[in-house]
Design a protein around this ligand. Structure first.
Ligand SMILES: [Fe+2]
Length: 251
């Protein structure tokens, strides 16, 4: 199958996207797949749309693209912060004449044993695969149910949406870290691969995140980028300060 790089949740962060693409170029992968939310929150939706359209073999729709395109029928519970940024992004892309360029995107893609989605196997656009619920209780039983019920004609489901890198297998969760960021995937294994976020990581590591996969080895990569430049642009556009501040702490 060659080696693919899977990116997600760029969220209009051009500095993070450029740093990730430079690392991907150095790795010499065969194709780049984007799992959606290229826009929303960040200050450069136009450039990020153009760059992913140019570089990615697959581009999926995320809930932010959907929200930008469907002003009057929000399928998702956007909080005020997300809704405000969706409305700001819509206006920017409308003025740039780029709204149409997102209209044909799908939220899932099957390729042999691999399923690529923004959200989950059951709801490709808008369901979160999360390790735990809001009270901190493990969601492992829910994920195990999904692995056994929803994985009908595929084995590995790549997801974005939650902005956190981890693997969810039938045995438990695996979290990549500096000492262990490459995993072997046995041929009979079913698992969720949560690829993390390029432009707004939420695992308390501010570095941009993506994965590579060659059919057996799955590797997580972290890339430093100048988030203070992105944060400065967010401030200059009058977007909420929290969108800038969170980039420095990765949450
Ligand atoms: Fe997102």
């Amino acid at each position: 199958m060659g080696t693919i790089a899977v990116i997600s949740d760029v969220h209009g962060n051009l500095e993070a996207l450029e740093a990730v693409l430079a690392r991907i170029d150095a790795l010499q992968v065969d194709a780049i797949y984007s799992l959606g939310d290229v826009v929303g929150y960040g200050p450069d939706p136009e450039a990020c749309l153009a760059l992913t359209a140019d570089r990615c073999r697959l581009r999926l729709m995320g809930n932010h693209e959907y929200g930008v395109l469907h002003a009057d029928q929000s399928l998702t519970d956007f909080n005020a912060l997300a809704q405000g940024s969706v409305d700001w992004t819509r206006e920017r892309l409308r003025r740039a004449g780029l709204l149409e360029s997102m209209a044909g995107l799908k939220s899932s893609h099957r390729e042999g044993p691999l399923l690529f989605v923004h959200g989950s196997a059951r709801n490709s656009l808008d369901e979160y695969i999360l390790e735990s619920d809001r009270q901190g209780y493990s969601n492992f039983d829910l994920i195990l149910t999904s692995l056994e019920r929803d994985f009908t004609d595929f084995r590995i489901c790549f997801v974005g949406h939650n902005h956190k890198p981890f693997l969810a297998t039938r045995e438990g969760f695996l979290h990549p870290h500096e000492g262990c960021h490459e995993f072997q995937v046995p041929e009979d294994e079913t698992l969720y691969v949560s690829v993390g976020s390029v432009g707004q990581p939420r695992d308390r590591d501010p570095r941009a995140c993506f994965v590579t996969f060659d059919g057996s080895t799955l590797a997580y990569h972290r890339v430093d980028y100048p988030f203070e430049i992105t944060a400065g642009k967010i401030g200059a556009h009058g977007l909420p300060a929290i969108l800038a501040d969170r980039l420095a702490v990765g949450r």
